[in-house]
Design a protein around this ligand. Sequence first.
Ligand code: ADP
Length: 635
Amino acid sequence: MQSPSTPLRALPALPTVKPRLLRRLLLPMPIILLMLACGYAAYYLSEQAGIRALADNGERQLELHARAVESEISTHTYLPSLLELEASVSRLLVTPTDYRRERVNAYLEGLNQRSGSRAIYVLDTSGRVMATSNWRDADSFQGEDLSFRAYFRDAMRGQPGRFYGVGSTTGEAGYYLAHGLRHHGRIIGVAVVKIRLDPLEQRWERARLEAFVSDENGIIILSSDPTRRLKAVQPLSTETRARLASSLQYHWTRLDELQPQARQPFGSAELLTLPGSDPSDGAARPIRYLAQSRRLNDTAWTFNLLTPVQDVRREAISHGMLAAVAFALLAFLLIAWNERRKVLATRLAAREALEQANNQLERKIAERTADLRASNERLKAQIRERRQAEENLRKTQDDLVQAGKLAVIGQMSTSLAHELNQPLAALRTLSGNSVRFLARGNLATASSNLQTINELVDHMGRITASLRAFARRSDDTGAAQLGKAVDAALFLLRPRLERTPLTIHRAFTDARLAIDQTRLEQILVNLVVNAIDAMSAQSDRQLWLEGQAHDDCYQLSVRDNGPGIPPSLRVHLFEPFFTTKPGEQGLGLGLTLSASLAAAASGNLSVQHPAAGGTAFVLSLPLLAPSPVENPHDE
Ligand code: ADP
């Protein structure tokens, strides 16, 4: 069965980006956003303020020019009613004759000239032109039927006829003011004054004003921009279009709509985006206007003022850009200042840390130096002490060696005296006998005595020579022949051995050892004397001298079958002046000296306590060269 895959799988290590780098990368984003926001805010505020200023100024312009339009119309309002006062007019209408027509024509011509209107004419109740100021012109209205005109019908109803329309004869636009002429309370005809409003448009153009007047149908009848003329400012229903077409008010004009591309209320005014009209600018390029309007008195017309806001917009854009740049500059300065502050802070912190570390280091160095100086002083003192101790030790060792020798000599002086007294007594006897044998002429006996005397003298000489050698201070260095040293030691101890006989087992190979000959003899004497002393109370006395070479070292064991050493005393064996021997028999220096002599020759002396009983001292010494001749002895 396969085990299910472990759910705890190590996630792949996410790529770690250093926070500082991340911050560096991300920092420009909010700054750019803030810069854009700041720029846009400045743009918006500047545009709003600019448009408000335009609106204030526009209000004044609006009032001024609306009043101008009103006054232009009102100056001619009274004219049609004025004809009621003219008797020739009413006479013509009541009883028309050619003469009367000519008179009225002349009158109207003169009146028209003085009033500055376009034309003045009189209609009879059927709507036919009875007399007209332009009777001389080729396109005179004379005899024309204008009963279809709304102003005629209004005037016939006794209401003031107000009408803007395009002339059916001339095709020329004009404003018609009509008045029903009464005679004895009855309307006998209609007086009409046609005025041209083009001068207003020219005035606007001269003042570089974009303005238009829309009539009750929402058709632009006056406009500073000719392309907008006779356009509808609001959508026209099909019925309205049909009605307007049949009235021929706007002649055969198509009445296109002037629809703003965008409109946005601004206080009491509006912001409109209209298609551009400047041909050099391209017809499609829209222009944004602040549109302000006002109803004109005595008419159903509206005066509209259009103020382009491009300049304000351009200014607002530059303000926005300026604000954005100023913000960017400020942000840059702030960032630079902050970076500098951080760098300074880092430097300051680093300097402080460095100073602190420096101080700490100096303090540590001072402490360590003091410690080192103190330990140096201590070491120097210790070295001095050691040297002193070494000196003392060496001196003590020398003294001890010497003392040991003297002690052994002292110890042995009794036996020596005995040893020397015996041969001396024999010498005296032999020499006396020899004199007597010589006197008797017994030369052979005398010669034999002298021979014996010689041997005795040699024997005594050997005793004194070995003593002298023993007592002499000698160097650590030297070479000793083991067999010779054993012989010499046993010879020295011969008197003791004769008094306390024992069996000596020689089981060692002769060897050349790196120690002074006399010192080796001294060590052996000490060890054998101790063995003899230990075994003195027993009858069966055995001594084994066993030795063999190990690499560059030689080990000689001096073992006895004595009582051994009690465990409590074993630790004190090599201490100076430790002895168990009664009276003046022991000085307690033998083992101490022997060990120190062995150590001085780079060897050592140790003790073993065999399980079978007795004691074994093992002397280890460096070998000088392999022993040339094997010399096993067994006695
Ligand atoms: P000394 O012979 O003057 O006493 P040593 O230093 O030579 O001084 O010996 C110290 C003691 O060690 C002796 O007094 C004795 O008790 C003990 N000792 C030394 N050798 C032997 C031995 N072979 N057997 C038993 N005891 C020993």
